[in-house]
Ligand binder design. Structure first.
Ligand SMILES: C[S@@+](CC[C@H](N)C(=O)[O-])C[C@H]1O[C@@H](n2cnc3c(N)ncnc32)[C@H](O)[C@@H]1O
Length: 289
């Protein structure tokens, strides 16, 4: 079978995917161990029997909904190729906004903590940009911690310490910036039955109290780990901006702002911690375009 015929065949079968051709290209390039541009350059080249069998097996799994990133074992985030597996979430492009937001708050010497690090996506992106910072990251899932360490090693990023921890339980020290993309989906949310999310672990996705319990816990406990005027920034659901701002405002945070994602939805709320009393400031909503 030729490359172009293999792609046409796969695209036809992947009717349920809204990115059928792209999925097929990524999977075929993975089988051939080439970049996708190779497929466009050599459409007439034939697959070997082994390549054809391997491609058909991947397409069959993709038809059943398995995420492309779990099939290839790789997802790019902040231009870093990260290993992924089903112990944790596949990093999402919108989370890069959390990285951009954190970079704007960090100095080259900042100490940074990432809670629920998963593949290590957020903290490895920050550490790659700020090689002199002291970075620390935790996840309660041992396999996720192992994966994040593997990613740091293969990317040769050496300024992050990873630890297994139930949120702050095994965290020591004080931080200038705390970031987190915690579980925030309500257990009854219909999105849990759609797309890639069906294959990701619920422990990375679901939180009680309409998805807000982990965010509330992190915001509350972070007060003991943030330096004066340190920053807390948390990714959340597109309908949770108001609730997250209220949680922050009920604690020792000020300058509370919500930032929108690439789809123009509320996505990240950021605030400054100060133990000193402040005049009440109403939480604001800021759009970054
Ligand atoms: C939404 S995923 C985010 C993963 C990664 N930070 C990212 O943005 O791609 C949430 C992560 O929080 C971790 N997690 C869930 N409960 C936790 C807890 N109690 N303590 C620490 N990590 C937790 C999950 O294992 C998962 O890796």
């Amino acid at each position: 079978m030729r490359i172009d015929d293999a792609l046409t065949w796969a695209k036809f079968l992947l009717v349920t995917s809204d990115s059928a051709l792209l999925d097929a290209q990524i999977l075929l390039a993975h089988v051939l161990e080439k970049e996708t541009v190779y497929l466009m350059t050599w459409p007439e080249r034939d697959l070997s029997v082994e390549q054809k069998v391997a491609f058909e097996a991947l397409i069959e799994q993709r038809i059943n909904g398995v995420p492309v990133a779990y099939l290839t074992g790789i997802r790019e985030f902040w231009s870093l190729p990260l290993k992924v597996n089903d112990s944790t979430l596949i990093p999402r492009p919108d989370t890069e906004i959390l990285v951009e937001t954190a970079l704007a708050c960090c100095s080259p010497q900042s100490s940074i903590l990432d809670l629920g690090t998963g593949t290590g996506a957020i903290i490895l992106a920050l550490a790659s940009e700020l090689p002199n910072t002291q970075c620390f990251a935790v996840d309660f899932n041992h396999d996720a911690v192992k994966l994040a360490i593997e990613n740091a090693t293969s990317l040769n990023i050496n300024n992050v310490t990873f630890k297994q921890s139930n949120w702050f339980e095994n965290v020591e020290g004080m931080f200038d910036v705390i970031v987190s993309n915690p579980p925030y989906i309500d257990e009854n949310d219909h999105h849990l039955n759609e797309g890639d999310v069906r294959f990701e672990p619920l422990s990375a996705l679901v939180a009680t109290e309409n998805g807000l319990s982990d965010i509330r816990l992190i915001a509350t406990q972070a007060q003991r780990y943030l330096n004066e005027n340190g920053s807390l920034m948390i990714e959340h659901g597109f309908e949770q901006g108001v609730s997250v701002r209220e949680i922050f405002a009920s604690l020792a945070y000020h300058n509370i702002k919500t930032i929108k994602d690439y789809g123009d939805n509320d996505r990240i709320t950021i605030a400054t911690y100060s133990a000193a009393p402040h005049a009440p400031i109403s939480p604001t909503h800021k759009e970054i375009k």
